[in-house]
Design a protein around this ligand. Structure first.
Ligand SMILES: Nc1ncnc2c1ncn2[C@@H]1O[C@H](COP(=O)(O)OP(=O)(O)O)[C@@H](O)[C@H]1O
Ligand SMILES: [Mg+2]
Length: 275
């Protein structure tokens, strides 16, 4: 099972859009996928048509110890489940403050899942903060993907994110690796986007080989700015269902292929394309 946290402490960089469409694309490729919505704003849940009302169980109940992941997740389309969030999740921060093992609640919940409730991928949409929810995602994850909007301050924020990941790796989860940076809201053909991307690649090349981000790379797929990606959530659909011909569907489809290519034993993408 690959457990991927989609993280960036900044809001509006494409975390939710990437979580939803990556999860949906992997499910379309036949993988069993569970998307865990860790943002009390519940945008990922709503994006896939799940609006938690009073009667719907959410990931909040898992943090409260009242439900298992299996009890709260819902099937939204073939191979794709969502463990929805709602505003109650905002209280988790306060409720867990003195709880022993509070960083491991989600990891324990995922490990407790029964064998026939197996997923190939767990994708976690993090809130725009380094809160206890994000720390739970990092403790449960094997990989971190960082959506990044290529602008002048992007690199500055990135060093902070890397430091946080390094800290979590040392203290809570030795398995954790930053595996990739997804360039989102990409303005094709602009000088700024190209320059920031170059800087980013230089920064990664020069990084300490012992660092948890030493293996990180910038995914080749660039997620262009595409209005269809912004429209899809209000229809409760992934980009593949909303407009499979759009540039957004093409870009996320290509990201999904890169992620699939990194599965154990899979040939690197460039080899497969050459074949
Ligand atoms: N590639 C894109 N093209 C156009 N709009 C996008 C794109 N990616 C995200 N958006 C829109 O930008 C806003 C912020 O994206 P979102 O994924 O919610 O970011 P985050 O989860 O990091 O806050 C949303 O309204 C979303 O629909
Ligand atoms: Mg979001």
């Amino acid at each position: 099972m690959r457990t991927i946290a989609i993280m960036n402490q900044k809001g509006g960089v494409g975390k939710t859009t990437t979580s939803v469409n990556l999860a949906a694309g992997l499910a379309r490729a036949g993988r069993r996928v569970c998307l865990i919505d860790l943002d009390p704003q519940a945008h990922a849940s709503i994006h896939l048509g799940v609006e938690a009302s009073g009667s719907v169980d959410t990931i909040y109940q898992v943090f409260a110890g009242a439900r298992t992941v299996e009890q709260v997740r819902q099937l939204v389309s073939s191979n794709l489940w969502v463990a929805p969030a709602d505003l109650d999740l905002a209280a988790t921060e306060v409720e867990l403050v003195d709880a022993p093992g509070r960083e491991y609640v989600l990891r324990n919940a995922l490990q407790a899942a029964s064998a026939d409730d197996h997923f190939d991928y767990v994708v976690m949409d993090c809130p725009p903060s380094l809160s206890v929810l994000t720390i739970n995602a990092l403790s449960a994850a094997t990989e971190v993907f960082i959506p990044l909007q290529p602008h002048f301050f992007a690199l500055q924020g990135l060093s902070k994110l890397f430091e946080t990941t390094a800290l979590v790796t040392r203290r809570l989860n030795r398995q954790l690796r930053v595996s990739g940076i997804v360039l989102c809201l990409y303005e094709t053909g602009t000088r700024l986007a190209a320059d920031v991307t170059d800087d980013l690649m230089r920064f990664l090349d020069a990084s300490d080989p012992q660092a948890p981000w030493s293996q990180a790379r910038v995914f080749d797929s660039r997620i262009r700015r595409n209005i269809k990606l912004a429209e899809a959530p209000s229809f409760g659909q992934s980009i593949f269902d909303y407009d499979g011909q759009s540039a957004g569907a093409k870009d996320y489809g290509s990201l999904v292929n890169e992620v699939l290519a990194a599965e154990a034993g899979a040939a690197p993408a460039e080899h497969r394309e050459a074949a």
